[in-house]
Design a protein around this ligand. Structure first.
Ligand code: IMP
Ligand code: MG
Length: 179
């Protein structure tokens, strides 16, 4: 079993680079089928989605734009339930098909907040693409249009996902080992 230590915690390899690449390729194929010919702008949500967004976008075979947005950090100490403000919107997304690119959807709280804020810019349509999805943790009704890999409700790192800012550079995905 391949393991890595990040800061104080140990993780075991759970999704190989090949499995990730296959899921990204399948998703790109679906998006190419569904959205070719439309005016599409992909929006990667930083930081976690940068690697997924980059790999997916290389496989998009029609003319499309990509930009990145970030959720502002929480003000104050308590984070639960607070809506984070989306920052960095410079591009015009009005009347375009927006495809949100997320690394992972867990409870769905972040996604709901992103969609609510993007709707204010009056895009033609908003679609949601996430590399990873934790169905057991999901609390929302929002339809996920493109899901790469469903995973159990466990903490993971790698391929853009971090533990306290580290491990984003791992080319595969690792799961926290319970102690
Ligand atoms: P949600 O709002 O609960 O859906 O959480 C979404 C955000 O939490 C993601 O964009 C990630 O930044 C982070 N997150 C959720 N699960 C994990 C995980 O297992 N590892 C690392 N980050 C995670
Ligand atoms: Mg994220």
């Amino acid at each position: 079993m391949k393991t890595v230590k990040v800061l104080d915690k140990k993780f075991k390899l759970s999704i190989s680079a090949e499995t990730i690449a296959k899921a990204v390729k399948e998703m790109a194929g679906k998006i190419n089928n569904d959205l070719a010919g439309k005016e599409v702008i992909f929006i990667g949500i930083l930081n976690g989605s940068f690697m997924f967004a980059s790999d997916l976008f290389k496989l998009i075979d029609f003319d499309a734009q990509i930009t990145f947005l970030k959720l502002a950090s929480y003000q104050g100490t308590s984070s639960s339930g607070k809506v984070k403000r989306l920052i960095g919107i410079n591009e015009n997304i009005e009347n375009k098909v927006v495809v949100i690119l997320e690394d992972i959807v867990d409870t769905g709280v972040t996604l709901e907040s992103i969609i609510k804020q993007l709707k204010g810019y009056e895009p033609a349509e908003i679609r949601m693409a996430t590399l990873l999805f934790k169905p057991e943790a999901y609390q929302k009704e929002i339809k996920l249009d493109y899901v790469g890999i469903e995973i159990p409700n466990e903490f993971i790192i790698g391929y853009g996902l971090d533990y306290d800012g580290f491990a984003r550079n791992l080319p595969e995905i690792y799961t926290l080992i319970a102690e």
